[in-house]
Structures are given as structure tokens and as C-alpha cells.
Write a protein that binds this ligand. Structure first.
Ligand SMILES: Nc1ncnc2c1ncn2[C@@H]1O[C@H](COP(=O)(O)OP(=O)(O)OP(=O)(O)O)[C@@H](O)[C@H]1O
Ligand SMILES: [Mg+2]
Length: 342
């Protein structure tokens, strides 16, 4: 096998010019509108995904980031074979997802934080047994996987409780177990940590990293929590209005789009007299800061000058210069696009 063929062999998800247009019937408001819409229905097209291209490799966790309505769930649903695209092509493990071959379904998992997939009235353990039969997981492997997954997610003691009686975090962990019992090679995670407390979010993140180390699946993760993305994904796609506006290393987002930096001056304790900071406002924006601290957001090319002014004008004990956090940068990208297109 050539090197090119080898590297191709590890591409698990391949997407070419994939599109999805939803059609919705518009109705004028009120009763009269309802009656009229029965006879003359107006069909409106909504392009949710507009010709995107993507390759995801074995062992890669791709972060899919975008505002509400950007097209993330739509893309994930097409790749998991739940909905048909309106155009273009996708191959997941060599299969066309929406043909829903058994071989495809046995090797993928879709986890949606917004939607329960386990049976509500059964204890999770019974639901898992049903899935074992559906996916034909051999006894020994099933027992081993279940014990391992329940142990690391710390839900062993809840296995025999009806799913409807579990807390949100416990249920989400059960959903993860349900989705991963059959050791899928491709995993789609659509907001897996939504609504969870910080401890549960962290537990799920750590678990996903451990799962990746052991099984090397290709994963696509969407989340509105930047901490999920930062902890789990080396590469991200930023999607807005159904189009990819960035696809590359997470760390390059800051280098490409960060136009500002934040200077934090830690002042010597007991400065005494209140300090007048208005003189520094000409360099940039003063941010809320701790006591004995001054935070100034300035344009990149003004950093040196602003830092020098802070050092000269204040009793500075220590000074740090940081990139803006990634969430702030991404929010600004979306905001600026809104302004441009309006
Ligand atoms: N079944 C549907 N019928 C019609 N329009 C839909 C349907 N599902 C989604 N849409 C529209 O397609 C667009 C993309 O929706 P999608 O759910 O993919 O966004 P998202 O990026 O997952 O958003 P969020 O962050 O809120 O989950 C939205 O404008 C949405 O209103
Ligand atoms: Mg969504």
C-alpha cells in the first residue's frame, strides 16, 4: 500500500458539497391565515447547510461551533443517516449514511443532549440489554464494556433505577453508555453536556478523552460551551448560516481573528490613594478587574505602548499580556458578520 493510500484509509468521514434545504409552509397570522393557507400554501425554502466539505480522521475529535440555527444539528443528522441531504455526498466508514446499511448503523453512534434515546420507563440496565440484542454485542464484550463505562462515569449504583427517575446528568451518562456499548468507530455528539453542572460536564469531557485514547474513533462534537471545545478538540469548524467560515486548528483561530489583547497589571499591595485610570482609556477599554488589578483591552499593535504607559504610571508588581478567550473571539466573528450582512 502506498503512503497516500494509507493516509486515505484513516479518513472516516468524508463530506463533499453537502446541502440541506428545508421547506416550510408559511401561514399568515390568525384564523383567516390558517384557512387561507389550506388553499394557497406558500412554500418557503430554508438553506440550513450550504455545500460544505469536510474530512475527519480516525482518532480526531472535530469541534463544530456556531450560533443557534447555524446548521450544526442538521449536518450531524445527515452524517448519522437520520435525514436525507438535498444535494452533495457524504461517506462515513465507506457508507452513504442515509442509506442506513446495517453495517453502517452498527459502527456509529449519535448522542443528542436535547433528546432522550433510552426508554424512560425501564431501568437503564434493561435498556442496555435491548441495545445489546439490537447491536448483537457478544456477552463477554457487553459485560466488560458496561462494567467499564458505568465505573468511569460513576453511575453503577443507578443502573437499576428507572431512567425517568434519574437526574439530568445521570441520564446523560446513561445515554453515553447506551451509545458506546457497541464500540462505535464514529461518534456524533450534539451538545452532550447541555444543562449539566460543571462537575458532570468535566466528568463527561474526561470520559470522552479516555474513550478516544482507547478506541480511536472519529468524533464530531457540537457544544455551546467553549470549555468542551477547548478541552477536547484540536481542530474546529466554525459554521454560520449553513456555511463553514473556518476549518483548522483551534489555536489558529486566535492567531487569525484575535485583533486585541488583554493586559493585566497587578499592582503592589497597599497602593493607598485611589488611582485615576482615565489616562489609560486612550489605549483601549478598561475591563472589570480584581482589587489591586487593572485590566485593559487594547489593539494588538498598541500593546507595547499601553504596557509601557501602565508601567510608567502605576506601581506595577507584575504584568501579563493575554489573548482574548476563544469564546469572545468567536462571538465577535459572528457579530461582525451580522453587521456586514445587514
Ligand atoms: N425540520 C426542520 N424544518 C424546517 N426548518 C428546520 C428544521 N430543522 C431545522 N430547521 C432550520 O434550519 C436551520 C438550522 O437548524 P439546526 O438545528 O441545524 O441549527 P443548529 O446549528 O443545530 O442550532 P442550535 O445551536 O440552536 O442547536 C435553522 O434555521 C432551523 O430553523
Ligand atoms: Mg442544534
Amino acid at each position: 500500500m502506498t503512503i497516500a493510500a494509507l493516509s486515505r484509509a484513516s479518513t472516516m468521514i468524508r463530506v463533499r458539497d453537502l446541502q440541506k434545504t428545508y421547506y416550510v409552509h408559511e401561514k399568515a397570522p390568525g384564523l383567516w391565515g390558517s384557512i387561507r393557507s389550506l388553499v394557497a400554501r406558500k412554500r418557503i425554502a430554508k438553506q440550513a447547510v450550504q455545500g460544505v466539505n469536510l474530512d475527519v480522521e480516525e482518532g480526531e475529535i472535530l469541534g463544530l461551533v456556531g450560533p443557534n440555527g447555524a446548521g450544526k444539528t442538521t449536518l450531524v443528522k445527515m452524517l448519522a443517516g437520520i435525514i436525507h441531504p438535498s444535494g452533495g455526498d457524504a461517506q462515513v466508514l465507506g457508507h452513504t449514511p442515509w442509506e442506513r446499511h446495517n453495517d453502517f448503523r452498527r459502527q456509529i453512534a449519535l448522542i443528542m443532549g436535547q433528546k432522550a434515546q433510552l426508554w424512560w420507563d425501564l431501568p437503564a440496565a434493561d435498556g442496555f440489554l435491548l441495545l445489546k440484542e439490537i447491536y448483537r454485542v457478544p456477552d463477554e464484550r457487553y459485560a466488560k464494556n458496561l462494567a467499564y463505562l458505568a465505573e468511569v462515569l460513576d453511575v453503577t449504583k443507578h443502573l437499576n433505577v428507572q431512567v425517568r427517575r434519574l437526574s439530568l446528568g445521570e441520564r446523560m451518562k446513561m445515554e453515553l453508555i447506551a451509545a458506546l456499548l457497541h464500540e462505535p468507530r464514529v461518534v456524533f455528539l450534539d451538545e452532550p453536556t447541555i444543562g449539566l453542572d460543571l462537575t458532570a460536564q468535566r466528568a463527561i469531557r474526561d470520559f470522552l478523552l479516555a474513550y478516544r485514547e482507547e478506541h480511536r474513533p472519529a468524533m464530531i462534537l457540537t457544544s455551546h460551551y467553549m470549555e468542551d471545545i477547548e478541552r477536547l478538540c484540536k481542530r474546529i469548524v466554525i459554521i454560520d448560516g449553513g456555511e463553514f467560515i473556518y476549518d483548522g486548528p483551534l489555536e489558529r483561530v486566535a492567531k487569525t481573528y484575535a485583533t486585541q489583547k488583554v493586559i493585566t497589571a497587578h499592582l503592589r499591595a497597599n497602593v493607598g490613594t485611589p488611582i485615576d485610570l482615565t489616562a489609560f482609556e486612550r489605549f483601549g477599554e478598561l475591563l472589570p478587574a480584581e482589587e489591586n488589578e487593572v485590566k485593559l483591552r487594547v489593539a494588538r499593535d498598541a500593546v507595547a505602548e499601553a504596557a509601557a504607559a501602565l508601567l510608567a504610571g502605576l506601581p506595577v508588581a507584575d504584568l501579563s499580556i493575554d489573548e482574548e478567550d476563544i469564546g469572545t473571539i468567536i462571538e465577535r466573528i459572528f457579530r461582525e458578520r451580522r453587521v456586514e450582512s445587514s
